[in-house]
Design a protein around this ligand. Structure first.
Ligand SMILES: C[S@@+](CC[C@H](N)C(=O)[O-])C[C@H]1O[C@@H](n2cnc3c(N)ncnc32)[C@H](O)[C@@H]1O
Length: 182
């Protein structure tokens, strides 16, 4: 087989394996690595003060777009991006390395096992089941604790919102902000 054909076969096999890995992770986790659009990301960032310090966690970082934007917006904070799916994690990790942002760490780990005791903010774009699991974790581990939470589309039901906004995108996406764990 000529070298060019062999290389094409390797590249196609890697792409197929990557796609298969994403499909399997999506089925296992219950959510795809769909990224937040630019318009919605801008609304989410508006709720995060640039002076914020401490630990800012992005829950389910996918390809890293929101995590990179958070690390740039909040230079005094340490941004920790959690992602379980291998391919999006690898891309987010490479983007973080290439960005040179010293305040951004991308972890291939489950945010439901994270220690948020030093967190100043959580930022997320999850799904109904993920928000329910987050709700239970925060009420159990950090009841009554002041904590900035910014969420895209999926809400923490029964929590008092401190603010919300509608993004100027096709879906008029809602972004909500909470300031304290009930
Ligand atoms: C809709 S995407 C969000 C993408 C990104 N946050 C953004 O806004 O552009 C949700 C991501 O959460 C990840 N995820 C789901 N459950 C997770 C868990 N328990 N721990 C870490 N990542 C998780 C999925 O693999 C997926 O990439």
């Amino acid at each position: 087989m000529p070298l060019r054909d062999a290389l094409a076969l390797v590249v196609l096999s890697l792409l197929a394996l990557g796609a298969l890995s994403i499909v399997i992770s999506t089925l296992r986790l219950g959510i795809s690595p769909m990224p937040t659009s630019r318009a919605v990301r801008a609304v989410m960032l508006d709720f995060v003060p640039p002076s914020l310090g401490g630990e800012v966690h992005e829950l389910g970082a996918a390809w890293g777009g929101v995590a990179l934007a958070l690390a740039r917006r909040c230079p005094a904070a340490r941004v920790v991006a959690w992602e379980r799916s291998a391919v999006p994690f690898a891309v987010a990790w490479l983007r973080a390395r290439a960005s040179g942002l010293a305040n951004l760490e991308v972890r291939r780990a489950d945010f439901l096992e994270a220690d948020f005791s030093r967190a100043t903010a959580l930022v997320c774009y999850l799904w109904t089941g993920g928000m329910r699991a987050l709700d239970e974790k925060l009420r159990r581990e950090l009841p009554g604790r002041p904590l900035l939470i910014v969420t895209n589309t999926f809400l923490l039901h029964g929590w008092p919102e401190s603010a919300s906004a509608t993004a100027p995108d096709l879906y008029r996406t809602k972004v909500a902000r909470y300031d304290r764990v009930p």
